[in-house]
Ligand binder design. Sequence first.
Ligand code: MTE
Ligand code: LUZ
Ligand code: MOS
Length: 728
Amino acid sequence: MSTIIVETQSGFLTESSIDSSVAEAMPGVACCVFAKDIPGSNAVGPITYDETVLADGQVTCVGHIIGAVVADTQLAAQRAAKAVRVQYQDLPHIVTIQEAIAAQSFYQPIRTIKSGDLEAGFKQADHILEGEMHIGGQEHFYLETNVTLAVPRGEDGEMELFVSTQSPSKTQLLVAKVLGVPANRVMVRVKRMGGGFGGKETRTTVLSTVVAVAANKLKRPVRCMLDRDEDMLVTGGRHPFYGKYKVGFLNSGKVVALDVSYYSNAGNSMDLSLSIMERALFHMENSYSVANVRGRGFVCRTNLPSNTAFRGFGGPQGMMVTESWVTDVAQSLGRPAEEVRRLNLYVEGESTPYNQMLDQLTLDRCWDECLQRSGYQQRRAAADLYNRLNRWTKRGLAIVPTKFGISFTAAFLNQAGALVHIYTDGSVLLTHGGTEMGQGLHTKMVQVASRVLGIPCSKIHISETSTNTVPNTSPTAASASSDLNGAAVLNACQTLIQRLAPYKTLNPKGSWEDWVKAAYFDRVNLSANGFYKTPDLGYSFDTNSGRVFNYFTYGVACSEVEIDCLTGAHKNLSTTIVMDVGHSLNPAIDIGQVEGGFLQGLGLFTLEELHYSPRGVLLTRGPGSYKIPAFGDIPTQLTVSLLRDAPNDKAIFASKAVGEPPLFLAASVFYAIKDAITAARVESGVSGPFRLDSPASAERIRTACCDRFTKLCPPADPGTFTPWSVQV
Ligand code: MTE
Ligand code: LUZ
Ligand code: MOS
């Protein structure tokens, strides 16, 4: 199957303007599928039903799916899809955040978090400065693109789907809605994904619902896997953000007031954009205590493919702006940024702007250990010397903390289930609500079951995730899956252990297999389900009270870079990370997660840049034009250590969530680059705060270096370096 993707800007589409007659007559073509073929509802979306399965009338972005062609081979389907003629009438459109602000094109509500007394804070301040920053979006670039196989079962409207998704339950519900059948007729199965990174939390239904409609129409199995260019065009990515801030601080560097506004480019539907903006606001102070603060979040409606969850879920964008103002404060006082960061770091017992008290805080331990392990002071001295000796290459350093809130911010999602069967030969089939995407969740869940049941991991098997074994599951997201599913697995295994206890007592020297057999012959239920919900959650924006997060994962990274002031190229010399993941369930997996998250963040903040035409056509649709990190981008020296002796009493076996938190630590590379640029500017006689947008691409580094050559060029719009692309 191949999808027909609109290649125009937002336009008005009528039935008569689609001509599929040529396509339908092509060899191998089984049929075309359009909105009229949807038996149930064409109104879909993960939370708000503000999307279509197949465009009907209005097309709201380049990449909005209009229809599909089903053929006997992929090639035949793709050829036929190109032969479908679509005519449309151009409508006004909004592409960039700036255009959305000008048109006041915002999704509602506009969120605000306020704490302290902003006016009094600014009065108390010795200095006030303002600044702004743009952070570009990011393509998920999972190795496996979106894919769905839908198999109609020919009875009672049943359909079975094999989907590469983080959300089997959401897929089940939406497919049922689109087919007009109850959810109990739709079974979704997920063996594993070749990476998800948030890109398969909701946007997978853009494809899976279409494949289901096609399979339903033909009453035959239909499969579709998007090509890379289609996947990049259609399924959206990380939200670009624009942040504007005003910060008040004392001569000492202590920040006393912050007024910040965030604007995100959400695209043509709501998707998860409100939750993503909320998470950005919940991270607006990163790891720093600010007594008087107001943060506002504006979610911009634009004519781009809907943006969605991406590792960090707005948190990194929120904290990136924080680090910008921290850097500005240090630069305006002429103080080392590292001192200003340390001075403002939270201490135990303080509260966040959303009134969550911080206990078991390990930020200071991570900070001190990172400073020491990286040899920060020696490196600083060596870099200063290097910079005195070199005019056109400069070195820079930055040490950056992070604090990441663990829980879905929508409280109801913080639940999980498990189903455990013991077979009479003693082998165990384990199922839980989470999906495997390379993060090692299944390995960790087997470890949990092994520990509770007291049997080796080799006796336990996880086959897949499916909606008919564990129902009503939350997406595998928010880094919380081992916390949530781990506790549900623990719950189920404890039930089984209790049921087996009498047989163990009767035969203490027996084996696991003996007890299982004895229980079976005694007619004991050897299958149990488990359930867990995170206790004590329930934040309200109206009252700014109630717990948002179960706990926080902390980390600190120190990075050193070298920039070439004349080309804008840079080298990542070293990064030292200290991460608090509690008592790690599996240190090998967790270190891999820290390294992977860091590298993905490094791509976000220094390499990856989506280019759009002024009409909103995505130009970067493959690795040839979109640069993701490669081996050479890994810091020459990269050290990851997990903080010792830091048990977490809020999650399974004293562990902590790890998946998303380390991504932001790549900001240390960005701010090390900014530090190196600062050294270059000083030699040109320029000092004080300056704007640097993300990613720190070669163009941005080069132009920010501000020397006699850059003065020859007319000043570019920040972030806009080529006439054919715009910053969205
Ligand atoms: N690691 C790999 N290898 N592949 C992925 O797709 N997704 C990340 C993170 N680590 C991802 C990954 C994201 S966005 C999240 S939310 C978590 O894994 C989800 O899994 P967890 O809850 O089990 O940590
Ligand atoms: N998904 C979601 C998430 O629905 N809510 C969240 O809070 C969240 N956080 C991180 C990643 N995905
Ligand atoms: Mo991750 S962005 O929560 O899938």
